[in-house]
Design a protein around this ligand. Structure first.
Ligand SMILES: O=C(O)C1=C[C@@H](OP(=O)(O)O)[C@@H](O)[C@H](O)C1
Ligand SMILES: C=C(OP(=O)(O)O)C(=O)O
Length: 437
């Protein structure tokens, strides 16, 4: 699908929007609900391709799941009821599904093979294989990648210092540790998103996190119990419109019920440091997850320096931060972001390649980029490409709002991975006049 992009809205973006449910929490609510006993009701579930991959995988283990509009209902019969799937399971494009399920399957008494699409089949899997093997798991990879075969085993406890900052690896190990013979300890390199821990506590698991958030103790679980979960809107999806409103003059937006878990709000802090005009209102907490409304308007932005310690909290928003920096009145530098090279695409390379087409002064570093926002943009190549990466595709659609030459986006349908209605929602925030032109 090649899409013609919207150019230079004269009036900016206006209105109120609730973006879809959080992707990370949707995956976890499904998996943890499927481990539990009794009914789990998930409201505001994200019906995107990645989350549906998790849902379908769970059905293949025999978990009874039904849907009703935006609600998912799991009729949980406990982890003991899971059986071997009849065939290899397709993880599609979803790293979260693959790694979290691998951790869980490491302790189940059957064998499962996981396969994935071309992008997922190039992403590193030793990062879960190695610590899970320390627990007694038997996991075969194909040159470090998918296909992966997991032969479930009785697991012993783990004491593990993580060599990299990854919520997916941490969550895989927590899901394995729940099945281990004794208490496990995981030490993080830097604190990462903690939705797994928060949800598991709600389902009755015994986990403790140290005050500095670096160390987690996990007791083997007695039976988890079904719960009702209200998923907040995804801050990583909201970030596209927060960026658009910041860089397009005259914009003023309200985003409601956005997840504000402190392990995810780094993007808001970065935007504020750059001079972004953002206000948080109506803050509340449900299912242990903070949430609130965000009011944002156009702003004059300043350059920023970001280093390794801040990266885990902004990992999925970094292509958008590059775009913000491309409108700032100076030179920005982002380093310590090497993990971006092993996402759906090499997001350092694809960000640099695509933003360069707009005449943006962006230079690739081994672990980040340098961007000079003072250089005026001028379209060099109007054929933009998502490279099959949802976040790159949506970031480019926002970048196009700053351009005056006609632009096209190749493989725009990839937004289905995390935000199927992205283009409709964007259109709704623009004036009628602009959509028809
Ligand atoms: O745990 C999660 O839900 C996620 C963790 C991050 O990946 P890593 O754990 O690989 O950093 C993030 O990039 C991904 O979009 C979602
Ligand atoms: C990296 C992402 O997801 P996953 O790792 O689950 O494919 C993402 O959504 O940006």
């Amino acid at each position: 699908m090649i899409m013609q992009l919207i150019l230079k809205p004269q009036q900016g973006l206006h209105g109120t929007i609730q973006v879809p449910g959080d992707k990370s929490i949707s995956h976890r609510a499904l998996i943890i609900g499927a481990m539990g006993l009794g009914t789990t009701t998930i409201h505001n579930f994200l019906f995107s391709q990645d989350c549906l991959t998790t849902l379908q995988a769970l059905k293949n283990f025999g978990v009874d799941i039904s849907q009703n509009n935006e609600t998912v209902i799991i009729h949980g019969q406990g982890l003991q009821s899971w059986h071997a799937p009849a065939h290899a399971l397709d993880m599609g494009n979803s790293g979260t599904t693959t790694r979290l399920l691998a951790g869980l399957l490491a302790g189940r008494p059957f064998t499962t093979t996981l396969i994935g699409d071309q992008s997922l089949s190039q992403r590193p899997m030793q990062r879960i294989q190695q610590p899970l093997q320390q627990m007694g798991a038997v996991i075969h990879l194909t040159h470090g990648h998918l296909p992966m075969t997991i032969s479930g085993q009785p697991l012993h406890s783990l004491c593990y210092q993580m060599p990299l900052a990854s919520a997916q690896v941490k969550s895989a190990l927590i899901l394995a540790a729940l099945q281990a013979s004794d208490t496990s300890t995981i030490m993080e390199k830097l604190p990462t998103r903690d939705h797994t821990e928060r949800l598991l506590r709600q389902f009755g698991a015994h986990l403790t996190t140290s005050d500095d958030h670096y160390k987690i103790n996990i007791q083997p679980a007695h039976q988890l119990q079904g719960q009702t979960i209200q998923i907040p809107a995804d801050l990583s999806s909201a970030a596209f419109f927060l960026t658009a409103a910041s860089i397009i003059t005259h914009s003023q937006l309200q985003l409601t019920n956005v997840g504000l878990n402190p392990t995810r709000t780094g993007f808001l802090k970065v935007l504020q440091r750059m001079g972004g005009q953002i206000k948080i209102t109506a803050q509340s907490q449900e299912n242990g997850e903070p949430r609130g409304n965000l009011e944002i308007s156009a702003a004059k932005l300043h350059p920023i320096t970001i280093t390794a310690t801040e990266i885990p909290n902004i990992i999925d928003e970094i292509p958008l931060i590059a775009l913000l920096a491309a409108t700032a009145d100076g030179r920005s530098k982002i380093t310590g972001a090497g993990e971006l090279r092993v996402k759906e695409t090499d997001r350092i390379h694809t960000t640099v390649e695509e933003l360069s087409k707009l005449g943006i002064a962006i230079t690739e570093l081994a672990d980040g980029f340098i961007i000079d926002g003072r250089q005026p943009w001028s379209v060099i190549n109007p054929h933009l490409d998502s490279h099959g990466d949802h976040r790159i595709g949506m970031m480019l659609a926002i970048a196009a709002l700053k351009c005056s030459a006609p632009l096209h986006l190749k493989n725009a349908a990839v937004v289905n991975i995390s935000y199927p209605n992205f283009f409709q929602d964007l259109n709704n925030l623009l004036s009628q006049e602009e959509i028809s032109s």
